[in-house]
Design a protein around this ligand. Structure first.
Ligand SMILES: Cc1cc2nc3c(=O)[nH]c(=O)nc-3n(C[C@H](O)[C@H](O)[C@H](O)COP(=O)(O)OP(=O)(O)OC[C@H]3O[C@@H](n4cnc5c(N)ncnc54)[C@H](O)[C@@H]3O)c2cc1C
Length: 445
């Protein structure tokens, strides 16, 4: 039987699935629908297109729509905005944007991979020119278009990872950068004591930090001129709002699909939703957290690709499972690398875990080898068994490698003591004879 596969969303999760289906079902009829015009691009690279480190948005496109059509035989459609699904009739409906025509497409198996959109602040004055969010290539072009020489002072609302990457990027362009943050620290996925290192790095690079203020609106004549908070008003020539994302799932209202309270589609390990023959993956779906042992929502490209791949394999007849996330991420912030995985101390506390923490500094390579750099590590682990719960590492070189080793250890439910048995690579230009994560384990186990 020839199967009709329909995928909504032509980026990381959607096209990972499409490629698996094409590989596994040679007779497949695959239709992919995206409201935009660009497929399979790395949003993660966009901050670096803005400061010119990456020359063009073309560089972040992995495969063009045309490649999917001609090389892989996928009916890859653009400008198709899906507005409804009918799981009884097994159809997807929507509007072809440029033509204002409706469409109805039947499916045997459907994947929802519609991602998440940045939350655009619904404040007074939000419609003024010069206020942006960053998600897509058109967003990037709009930002680049606005960042002319007359823009001197920029304001970023939100100190999450996009806010941090953009602070660096805009500072690289010679702009005076201010971050306004609702709470008392940047990068909430880190504990406050670790975030202090991020604050120090921000200030050393001329970034002004405003904490504990809530943005209420914007003033200006046609173009934004000030940002108004509950405690003050700040002059600005440009605003980037990076205050979080929400899953693109509104079009599913009324379908009865099971969702998390924040609107992410609940999926089981096979990436199946509560509706028969309907799968979901990526930023629009839930992400099972292995340490928390419950569904979570941590929308990242790495997870979208994995979930999309598994959804595609299963749609084409497989029975593969997504094993879950442990909450790993890494961010470059000026000269620092910020890595974290597992639970932070505040998460462990909220979850009522019986934990202990240990903090220690270590060198990335042999202390006597030129160019060594220091990193600050913080481990969170179960008090009695010393089973690992999480780690945060901030420093220069080598943070990324240690956080990945730790993430692997978390996946395998290792203890501090187990870390000491790992056969990690050592030569003076690459490591100490005891790796930094083993140095901590040695002290504490
Ligand atoms: C600036 C930036 C930096 C990032 N950096 C990192 C990083 O360093 N590491 C990391 O792991 N992740 C990073 N991410 C996150 C990562 O890009 C996302 O997790 C990933 O793109 C999610 O993929 P997705 O396929 O689930 O959703 P998306 O990439 O959002 O794709 C969803 C697609 O669905 C389409 N769509 C939505 N609704 C409809 C509809 N109703 N009808 C038709 N089409 C629709 C959209 O147009 C879109 O093309 C970054 C994101 C941004 C914005």
């Amino acid at each position: 039987m020839i199967m009709k596969y329909v995928i909504i969303g032509g980026d990381a999760a959607g096209m990972s699935a499409a490629m698996e289906i094409v590989r596994r079902d040679k007779q497949a009829e695959v239709t992919t629908l995206d409201k935009g015009h660009i497929y399979s691009y790395g949003q993660c690279g966009l901050p670096y297109v803005i400061d010119g480190r990456i020359p063009s948005t073309d560089n972040v496109i992995a495969r063009s729509v045309e490649t999917f059509r001609t090389k892989y035989g996928i009916d890859a459609r653009t400008g198709h905005n899906v507005t409804n699904i009918n799981s009884e009739a097994k159809t997807v409906s929507g509007v072809v944007l440029e033509k204002d025509e409706t469409f109805h497409i039947p499916y045997d198996r459907l994947l929802i991979a519609t991602g998440a959109n940045p939350i655009f602040p619904d404040f007074e004055g939000s419609d003024l020119a010069g206020i942006h969010t960053l998600k897509t290539i058109p967003d990037t072009k709009a930002i680049l278009n606005d960042l002319n020489d007359s823009v001197k002072q920029v304001t970023i609302i939100g100190g999450g990872y996009i806010g941090l990457e953009m602070a660096e990027s805009l500072a690289e362009l010679g702009k005076k950068v201010r971050i306004i943050q609702l709470g008392n620290q940047l990068a909430n996925i880190f504990d406050q004591d670790m975030a202090e290192l991020i604050h120090e790095e921000a200030r050393q690079n001329g970034v002004e930090l405003i904490f504990n203020e809530e943005v209420k609106g914007f003033n200006g004549e046609g173009h934004v001129q000030t940002v108004v908070t509950d405690r003050g008003e700040y002059e600005t020539d440009f605003v980037l709002a990076a205050i979080g994302v929400q899953p693109n799932t509104n079009f599913l209202d009324g379908t009865g699909m099971h969702m998390t309270p924040k609107g992410a589609i609940l999926v089981n390990p096979y990436m199946e939703t509560s509706l028969e023959n309907v799968y979901a993956a990526g930023d629009c779906a839930s992400h099972f957290h292995r340490i928390k042992q419950k569904d979570d929502y941590i929308p990242l490209g790495t997870t979208a690709n994995k979930q999309g791949r598994i959804a595609g394999m299963n749609m084409a007849g497989g029975a593969n499972t997504f094993k879950g996330i442990v909450g790993t991420s890494v961010v470059k912030f000026f000269h620092l690398t910020l890595g974290r995985t597992g639970l932070s101390e505040k998460e462990a506390e909220t979850l009522g875990f019986d934990y202990e923490t240990h903090k220690q500094k270590a060198k990335d390579i042999a202390g006597y080898y030129p160019g060594n750099q220091e990193m600050q590590l913080k481990f969170i682990y179960e008090k009695t068994t010393q089973k690992l719960y999480g780690a945060q590492i901030i420093g220069g070189n080598g943070v990324d490698k240690r956080i990945d080793v730790f993430a692997t250890a978390l996946y395998h439910e290792m203890t501090l003591n187990d870390l000491l048995d790992l056969d990690l690579a050592y030569a003076p230009p690459y490591n100490g004879v005891w790796d930094p994560i083993q140095q901590i384990a040695k002290r504490k186990s």
